[in-house]
Design a binder for this molecule. Structure first.
Ligand code: FES
Ligand SMILES: [Fe+2]
Length: 387
């Protein structure tokens, strides 16, 4: 059972989760308490983040040996680092001596050194340096390496799992590769990463990115004109949802900066050469993939009503090599930042409403199929771990 939900009884929670259906036309939404109740976080962490795979972002964020980030995924502090042989590694950011968090922030390091008593690990997590342990009988440093998590790469994205025996990533993602293969994403480069906190539940942040419904109301003068009615959401069996839509211009540029458009990625044909695929890899990594650029958001829960967001922007390798790339890319950054800046006040206001114990599950409109697909996936994950 979840620890002490405050906004909803356990009985009502279980019942409302059970009412979320795979059919968007009949299903209510996720119970609002799942966006607001601090007592439900432990259940959510276990059910949603500690089973299966979680996206770490683009692998080329950590380009050189020693590049690292200290991340926190639903209560688990971890270190992502590129080792000397060029592999991406993920370790629990908990020292094997007395448990201190070891690294903070991001940067480049030659070794992983705990600030507390200076136990020091190499980039493969092996304990290499420790002083004054001569008294510790049978102390074997080989048994005190950092706890390591599996890391796998697909299409330039890195994934990790907290499970010892996770499902096969190819089974988890299923048709993901075939839907995204035309863009040849392995060849794209990350050109900017930005982090910020948002005053909303992590799910609402990703939901608003995956629905066209709010565009005329929230983005009337900026990006609404770009997006005519999208295609139907694609039917997939993997742990993601994806929807393609043709666009009026380059989706990642404002109307008055369309002249800075970068070339269409090599190999894209027909509709994909003027449109955007919005994909949400469960639980918490989503991206918009246009003909010339990709912008990615990961939202990690800090509390029920606050999340840490990582925004990543990528371009095809051939665009990054252009002489005027930086200047043209700056217009992409401005458009992407402006749109999310318009969303944030609405998300904050949505959170105020969700925090009430009188909030009730809603229904989905025609332009929210990806939100509805996630809702069903999420409800099933919680119900499976409701013990
Ligand atoms: S807790 Fe890390 S060296 Fe003591
Ligand atoms: Fe938006």
């Amino acid at each position: 059972m979840p620890e002490q939900p405050e906004l909803i009884s356990r009985h009502d929670l279980q019942q409302q989760l059970g009412e979320v259906l795979p059919d968007i036309n009949r299903s209510p939404g996720i119970p609002p308490a799942c966006y607001a109740d601090p007592g439900l976080l432990a259940l959510e962490r276990r059910a949603v983040f500690q089973h299966g795979w979680v996206g770490l972002g683009r692998a080329d964020r950590w380009l050189d040996s020693g590049d690292y980030s200290a991340l926190e995924i639903a209560g688990v502090p971890l270190i992502v680092v590129r080792n000397k042989s060029g592999e991406l590694k993920a370790f629990a950011n908990s020292c094997r001596h007395r448990g201190s968090q070891i690294l903070t922030g991001q940067g480049n390091c030659k070794k992983i050194k705990c600030p507390f008593h200076w136990w020091t690990y190499d980039l493969d997590g092996k304990l290499k340096v420790y002083s004054r342990m001569e008294n510790a009988q049978d102390f074997n440093p080989d048994e005190f390496g950092l706890v390591e998590f599996r890391v796998e790469l697909r299409d330039g994205f890195a994934f990790t799992s907290f499970e010892e025996q996770p499902p096969r990533l190819d089974d988890w993602l299923a048709e993901f590769a075939s839907f995204h293969q035309p863009w040849n994403l392995e060849q794209w480069h990350t050109t900017r990463v930005r982090e910020f906190e948002a005053n909303c539940n992590w799910k609402t942040f990703i939901e608003v990115f995956n629905e066209y419904y709010h565009l005329p109301m929230v983005h009337p003068d900026s990006i609404n004109w770009l997006y005519p009615e999208p295609d139907a959401v694609d039917e997939v069996s993997g742990q993601f949802t994806t929807q393609f839509g043709a666009t009026e211009g380059v989706a990642a540029l404002m109307e008055d900066t369309q002249q800075y458009a970068l070339p269409v990625a090599m190999g894209l044909q027909e509709r994909e050469s003027m449109g955007t695929r919005y994909t949400w890899i469960y639980p918490n990594m989503t991206f918009a993939l246009s003909q010339d650029s990709m912008w990615i958001y990961q939202a990690f829960p800090l509390s029920a009503d606050r999340c840490q967001v990582t925004q990543t922007i990528c371009f095809p390798a051939e665009s990054v090599e252009l002489d005027d790339f930086e200047q043209r890319a700056s217009h992409y950054y401005a458009r992407i930042d402006a749109a999310i800046g318009e969303d944030l006040p609405f998300l904050q206001q949505q959170q105020v409403g969700l925090n009430s114990r009188f909030a009730r599950p809603g229904r989905f409109g025609a332009l929210e199929p990806s939100v509805a697909k996630f809702a069903y996936w999420y409800a099933q994950q919680l119900l499976q771990h409701f013990d």
